[in-house]
Design a binder for this molecule. Sequence first.
Ligand code: ADP
Ligand code: ZN
Length: 620
Amino acid sequence: MDGINGMTRQEFALALLRSCYGYDQFRGHQWDIIDHTLNGGDSIVLMPTGGGKSLCYQIPGLMSQDGFAVVISPLLALMNDQIDALQQNGVPALALNSEKSDDEKRQTMELLMQGKVKLLYISPEKLLSEIDRWSTTITDRICLFAIDEAHCISQWGHDFRPEYTQLGGLKQRFPDIPVMALTATADRITRDDIALQLNIPAARLFVSSFDRPNISLNVVQGSSGKQKFSQMVQFINLHRGESGIIYCLRRKDTETLAAKLTATGIQARPFHAGMSTKQKQQVQRDFINDDLKVVCATIAFGMGIDKSNVRYVIHSNMPRNIEGYYQEIGRAGRDGLPAEALMFYNYGDVVTLQQFARQSGQIQINMDKLKRMQQFAESGVCRRRVLLSYFNERYDHDCHNCDVCDNPPERFDGTTLAQMALSAIKRTDEQAGMYTITDILLGWRKADIIEKGYDRLKTFGVGRANSMSEWNAYLLQMLQMGLIDVAYDENNHLKVTDYGNDVLYGRQRIALNRFERREFTAKAPKQPTTETPGTIAGMVAANEMDKALFEKLRDVRKALAIANHIAPYMVFSDKSLQAMATEKPTNQAEFSVIYGVGETKCQKYWRPFTAAIIAHQRSR
Ligand code: ADP
Ligand code: ZN
């Protein structure tokens, strides 16, 4: 299809981008993908969460004269969210799924017949059971099949769904309709399998960078118990009023942590698979509506939530693997504004996770993945480099937005320190765990130490010059390097390896990364420095923003969200509010060019927002 009203096709697409979404330019591959689709080509689109996949199939639907794009999605909640958001932008989008009544279904079919729908969201099982019954008036209008979460079609992927496998039949039945398969997670094998299963061997592959430059990556080593909790509280308090997710390993941890946070005045609630559907939905709803800022969750939380203003993700413990970690931190900062990922990591985590891995069906794979995760946590080089290299992406510079870049570790000759610890382990006859060894090194006269006579050992108290956190960190490094081993079948007692013996007896020297308490909380989130075109271009410099006004605009947004029965982020994203608090539009024309303000939203909302801005300016 070519452009209309004398516009080229691209100008037409850009005009729609402005009028429907309030954005001025396409990001990354978006336009190439759209253009390829308009030319009738099939495609496989790999983009990270928050990368902007939805525009790739929405724009072709919008551009089609009286046709529509079929969007196949497995997650009902996400489907409903997207439709609400599109309707806010004045885009005629509808859904067909098991939640719809017969009446709603009839109405939808009627509108499709009339060519009045631009986007039809549908579950795979619904599509496959219905499409044969659709009249050609309707099927002739289909301009695209977009398959979201396309990795679900592959047994190699991490989320195989049998109902997806039948989708391969679409291309055979409708060879002329382009197919677009989209996913945020697919390794090479899964990608190839997607093309095979969907019968689109000639599909063009569009791979975007998986980097999320706005997410600052931070790891805190060696904290546990009270210290970890107080660091967490300090961090959250710096993010007061902002939304965050805290991931825990176990259900009961989500409950205790939420209770403890609430007791310190930070309202938090747990979320895990053991709760009733009703309870879970309530937590999700409150979180989305900004009524609840902090959720302590197991990995189940976040799937199918399209909330763009999550400002931080904390991992209370180290996650099991890098894929999971990346997916979880990806829930932060989808609006492109600065966001923080903070991971706590200590020795206890490693022990627990190794136990999990041993109990799992795929011991070797899971142990290997855990090892890679540890290497990330222990890294002495830029963390983003480690992550992106894990995803086979070339990234050849330091990111300047991670704790390692901020504060590169100093290495020192750790032979003497290691010898102290190794000697302590030997003197317990290798019958003590990590915590007992630390107590011995620090010379703490705890009851069980005295009971076992460890206070009479020659090594008792030799490590007093270093703190407990330091010893935790150094012992961990020794474990990583293979100087010591943990006997999982013997109450996790520490054993000295051959390599450890070489160090203990002075046959080999070792270097350690100097432990430093990283000041992860004291700084305000940084602006990313990488200048990826489109990704952070147009990001509002937070220092030019009027913070007090921003808070007022948030209140306006909240009130409008309640009145319209939608989530606040669907009224406007934080990024749009920041743009308003910076550019301070006071009339409709000025308001209409703000980031994220399309025509429909401009009509609907310019008055309350500009009124708040004017009132704010008068009051000063
Ligand atoms: P994904 O589906 O890949 O996770 P989304 O499609 O939800 O990502 O897009 C993430 C965010 O980026 C959304 O808030 C979206 O409106 C915004 N976005 C997408 N494309 C653009 C663009 N070209 N310019 C500005 N913002 C964009
Ligand atoms: Zn870095």
